[in-house]
Design a binder for this molecule. Structure first.
Ligand code: GLA
Length: 730
């Protein structure tokens, strides 16, 4: 049993393979948090949740317990504003009388088989998982707080979400409705977070959680390049293989916040959910509000196990559809090859040359619709530019299919250009504040996807295109962030709902279109990796990781991304040199080796490659396919960080079969110096007592030798060399 309610001690304990999570209905009938950490024998841990301190220290006591109980001192499952908990809180509820307070007390609970789902929101799923719902009720009003817990034993994954149900006869308002509160015991914790910018996503950083609030967040209407809705909280001395570490991933793609802070008693609290800035959601009588889901994974052995468990959970219990497990086609995308300057003949010639070297799908990127020959126009006009395509879309797709390639196409459904048919016929479809000039970003505006008629218009246009030809892949892009937030569909007092309603509209659209076209492979993109999150992965199993295709910059980007997201979700392409984003020149082999640890594809004009280059790419496709299952489904280990050049000139990562029988190490030297020291790397996940060879070497190594001593990297005398080391049983 993974969920146990102890009637006598009034505790709920959630067990996964290696972790335990406990809460208790306390003497105040509140739901106190008692423990989240390493699995142990059952005990009532709740003594640790109430740190009464030696003095109230200006904390108010609740009226009904002889002045002995302070909300401010108790570790809470649901932390709320207004009743003396002065730490960061997850819920701000304004009642119809105008007060900002609520007082949730235990009401009922239910344990059931299978994983709960959240209406209209992405969430992990799984028949083997278990669900606990603890319902709390406000002490004064008929307002219910349903706390959902999903337990996935195998992956040490626990998910959480909350539904606030208004059974009063008056409207209530949520000014803050985050998904979860996690209270940690006294101690020193760090936060690892993944910040960045366009073309530089998910840069790893680490900071001590102290008395000043530490927050990662987005108010851009998308999870963004700048902060990712994923953090790790860890012992201050934790590393890849040592120490307590807790991962928190929001299953949400819009505005979010993850905040943590040490309180006056040295206890750390973390809250995570929808960003409460510009959020104000009315819940009418007999209606409810559902928060997005928070996924949590704990390990007492550092970061590697939490990454691997999250990777498995994302692969098996979040992504869906035909391509969840099916081999994804090796694709070539024409964006960096042609930008807007292409026609059907050009694409067919690319398909022809690509087919010869083993490419399986051609993606026609931006520029095929309306009058779109630059980025100033035509977003919203999802009809084919037949002049440019020299005929119908079907005629082009048929020609590409004839060359032996599948066909894919680019859309940016959520945006609109001022110079477009759509804008001319529906100037009211975009976000625009009355009496203000809307802000342009990449010369475009954002459509109000909270409105059904707006979504329907785009949906119908897309469906027509997708039904008109044999289209087997869609790249779904979103190339700006949201400003001018105002929906003409809502009254003034409900404008604080628009950001979240936009996300609900987007998710509804994605659910509908992916169901309507179950055989299409959808790839999510937002100026590269601006919406790389568990929310989007529920609908689309891969994401264009970054608009930066330079293999060396990609080391940090893919390494950072790997903390939460599996290789199988990372769109990664080989492009030309000098690289279009940073002018760097790298060996073609290195570009291939880095792209292997993603979906591997091409982003270049294959017709302009030399015979030797084509041969090299042909070899790469073959090699990638040979290692496909190992790379896509193996356990992933970060071996040498690209964020610490003072420690090593290399970046290295590894995938290893779960039974330890085979591993592949990729090492890239991203710095050079004269008189270079020879560097070693230690391999992980092998069987200690079995013998292995590296790339078929004569010398055999014991698994434990490779794990404890490692092996030397081979040396190459040129810039940015890379090697793959295939380690197999001897
Ligand atoms: C974004 C994407 C690119 C490309 C362009 C097209 O920047 O990330 O890959 O599709 O849009 O405009």
């Amino acid at each position: 049993m993974s969920i146990i309610f102890n009637k006598d001690e009034k505790t709920f304990t959630l067990y996964t393979k290696n972790t335990a999570y406990q809460m208790k209905i306390d003497e105040h009938n509140a739901l106190a948090h008692s423990y989240y950490g390493k699995r142990t024998e059952y005990d009532d841990f709740s003594y640790s949740s109430n740190c009464n301190g030696y003095a109230p220290a200006f904390s108010p006591n609740v009226p009904d317990l002889d002045g002995r109980y302070y909300n401010n001192h108790v570790s809470q499952e649901l932390s709320v504003m207004g009743i003396g908990d002065f730490r960061i809180t997850a819920l701000g509820l304004r009642s119809s009388d105008g007060s900002l307070a609520c007082d949730p007390r235990y009401y009922s609970h239910e344990i059931r088989d299978g994983k709960y789902s959240l209406p209209g929101l992405p969430a992990f799923y799984g028949e083997d998982a278990k669900t606990l719902v603890v319902t709390l009720k406000d002490s004064a009003y008929d307002i219910y707080f349903h706390l959902y817990y999903g337990v996935f034993e195998e992956y040490d994954l626990i998910t959480r979400a909350m539904v606030v149900e208004n059974k009063t006869d008056k409207q209530i308002k949520l000014e803050k409705a985050l998904s979860a509160t996690i209270d940690f015991p006294c101690g020193n914790y760090d936060m690892l977070y993944f910040h960045g910018r366009h073309m530089r996503e998910r840069m790893l950083d680490r900071t001590r959680i102290n008395f000043a609030k530490t927050t990662v967040s987005s108010i851009r209407g998308a999870s963004s390049h700048m902060d990712n809705p994923f953090v790790i909280v860890a012992d201050s001395n934790a590393n890849e293989e040592y120490g307590n570490a807790w991962a928190f991933a929001l299953v949400y793609s819009g505005n979010f916040e993850i905040s943590a802070q040490k309180d006056q008693w040295n206890k750390t609290r973390l809250v995570a959910g929808i960003n409460h800035e510009n959020f104000n959601f009315a819940v009418e009588p007999n209606e409810s509000f559902t928060t997005p889901e928070l996924a949590m994974v704990y390990s007492d052995k550092g970061f590697a196990p939490i990454s691997n468990n999250l990777h498995k959970a994302i692969r098996n219990n979040l992504t869906r559809g035909k391509y969840k497990y099916e081999r994804r086609p090796v694709l070539i995308n024409n964006w960096e090859a042609t930008y807007f300057d292409f026609n059907a003949d050009k694409l067919v010639s690319m398909a022809h040359d690509a087919a010869e070297i083993g490419v399986e799908l051609l993606v026609m990127d931006d520029g095929w619709f309306g009058k779109r020959n630059n980025d100033w126009c035509a977003l919203g006009d999802w009809f084919v530019n037949e002049e440019k395509l020299q005929g119908t879309l079907k005629s082009l797709v048929d020609r590409v299919n004839k060359e032996g390639l599948k066909f894919g196409i680019w859309f940016e459904p959520e945006c609109i250009s001022e110079d477009s048919e759509l804008y001319r016929s529906h100037p009211d479809y975009l976000f625009k504040i009355p009496n203000r000039q809307p802000q342009l970003s990449r010369q475009q505006y954002v459509l109000d996807f909270s409105r059904k008629e707006v979504r329907d218009n785009i949906y119908n246009q897309m469906v027509k295109i997708l039904n008109s030809a044999n289209i087997e892949y869609v790249k779904w892009d979103f190339n700006r962030h949201i400003t001018d937030l105002f929906s003409i569909a809502l009254p003034a007092e409900k404008q604080g709902e628009v950001y979240h309603r936009y996300m609900l509209g987007l998710y509804e659209f994605l659910e509908k279109i992916t169901n309507e076209f179950p055989n299409i492979l959808f790839e999510s993109c937002s100026g590269g990796g601006g919406r790389f999150d568990c929310g989007m992965l529920y609908y689309m199993p891969q994401v264009w990781t970054s608009d930066n295709s330079d293999a060396i910059d990609r080391l940090k980007i893919q390494y950072g991304t790997s903390f939460a997201y599996p290789v199988r979700t990372m769109g990664a392409h080989v492009s030309v040199c000098p690289n279009h984003q940073n002018a760097r020149v790298t060996p073609l082999k290195t570009r291939g080796n880095v792209a292997y640890f993603g979906t591997y594809g091409l982003e270049l004009d294959i017709t302009k490659m030399t015979k030797e280059e084509k041969e090299e790419i042909k070899r790469q496709i073959k090699e990638f396919k040979e290692h496909y299952d190992l790379i896509q489904y193996g356990d992933y280990y970060r071996l040498i960080s690209p964020f610490t050049p003072e420690e090593s000139l290399y970046c290295a990562w590894e995938v290893v079969k779960q039974d330890g029988s085979e591993a592949l190490v990729c090492a890239v030297r991203y710095e050079s110096d004269a008189s270079t020291a020879q560097e070693m790397v230690k391999v992980k996940g092998l069987c200690p007592d079995k013998w292995y060879r590296i790339n078929g070497s004569d010398r055999k190594y014991l698994g434990s030798t490779l794990e404890n001593i490692g092996f030397y990297f081979e040396y190459d005398f040129f810039s940015y060399p890379s090697r793959l080391y295939h380690i197999t049983l001897a």
